[in-house]
Design a protein around this ligand. Structure first.
Ligand SMILES: [Zn+2]
Length: 308
């Protein structure tokens, strides 16, 4: 029996999970991410992996899901929110310690991979995973393999910008233009994410400086609040515009949503209806699905980096 280890490397915790070849989870554990030194960080990963080796009396494959990427041309990790490992050759160093190949992928790519490998989704060869949570992230899977790009940075959909139709919808110079964490302005990250959904609502609908969260917006929508219904319709249109461009480029079989806003079921009904207007005439509207594996997506996708 083969064992696949997936590690979800976060800013505050590292989770390791062990899977079999059917991607059934056999074991998992988590430890806090060391903030003290790179050596300590390497040791914690090593300890988790060795522990799993011992538990299953094996040497499992090691895949990492990271909040960034390992630059394929320099070999250095670009993971700004894990300071001790940022800019370090994590794959070379971990391989040397563990005596086996170690692979890493961006966590949004791991999310897409995890969903693409689910039994119910395996008929879809081109899978686009979109995370609509704190940010707006994306990952692309072709035939069970992640498309990482030239240096490993593919899929950064959140840092593409509002286009003509989006600005028109938002009222041209009345459109709220947000500054993005990446330094640019009008990045989709600040409009398509759950956070963007709240930002826009509070700027366009809320009165007297009231700040409401996505949950409240959604319950007002289901209660039939007129202004909120109008806002949600507008936001669906904005999603259709932005996702329409991705569909035109990629022609995916399936788009799978993860992150907090993916639980807003109305999207799965409204978005496919709004989309055709922004596609080429003969284009196919992809199947839209909600993530099946949710929070396990990171470890599961990281483990799947070694599946064939
Ligand atoms: Zn940006």
């Amino acid at each position: 029996m083969a064992y696949y280890y997936g590690l979800d490397i976060g800013g505050t915790k590292i989770e390791l999970a062990v899977f079999n070849e059917k991607l059934e989870k056999l074991h998992s554990e988590r430890v806090p991410t060391p903030q003290t030194s790179y050596e300590d960080w390497l040791s914690s990963v090593e300890t988790l992996v060795r522990g799993a080796d011992q538990k299953f009396d094996t040497q499992g494959t090691v895949g990492l899901g990271i909040p960034g990427f390992v630059n394929a041309s320099t070999g250095l990790a670009e993971i700004a929110n894990i300071k001790v490992a940022h800019g370090k050759p994590i794959l070379t160093d971990l391989s040397a310690r563990l005596g086996r190949e170690v692979r890493a992928e961006n966590d949004a790519n791991c999310f897409a991979l995890s969903e693409a490998w689910d039994e119910s989704n395996q008929q879809f060869s081109t899978v686009l995973g979109l995370i609509i949570g704190t940010g707006f992230g994306g990952g692309l899977v072709f035939d069970g393999k992640v498309h990482s790009g030239s240096i490993g940075m593919a899929g950064e959909v959140g840092h593409t910008q509002l286009n003509y139709h989006a600005l028109k919808l938002l009222g041209w110079d009345k459109a709220p233009i947000y500054k993005c964490g990446c330094g640019n302005e009008a990045c989709l990250d600040t409009y398509m994410s759950g956070r963007g959904f709240e930002l826009l609502y509070n700027d366009l609908v809320s009165e007297n400086g009231e700040k409401v969260d996505a949950k409240t917006i959604i319950s007002r929508f289901y209660a039939g609040d007129e202004k909120t219904v109008k806002f949600v319709e507008m936001h669906i249109e904005l999603m259709a515009i932005c996702i329409g461009n991705l569909v035109t480029i990629l022609d995916p079989d399936m788009i799978v949503f993860g992150g907090g806003l993916s639980n807003f079921d109305h999207i799965y009904d409204a978005l496919p209806k709004a989309l055709p207007k922004y596609l080429l005439r003969n284009a196919k509207v992809p199947t839209f699905r909600k993530a099946i594996h949710g929070d396990s997506g990171g470890v599961r996708g990281a483990a799947a980096l070694f599946l064939k």
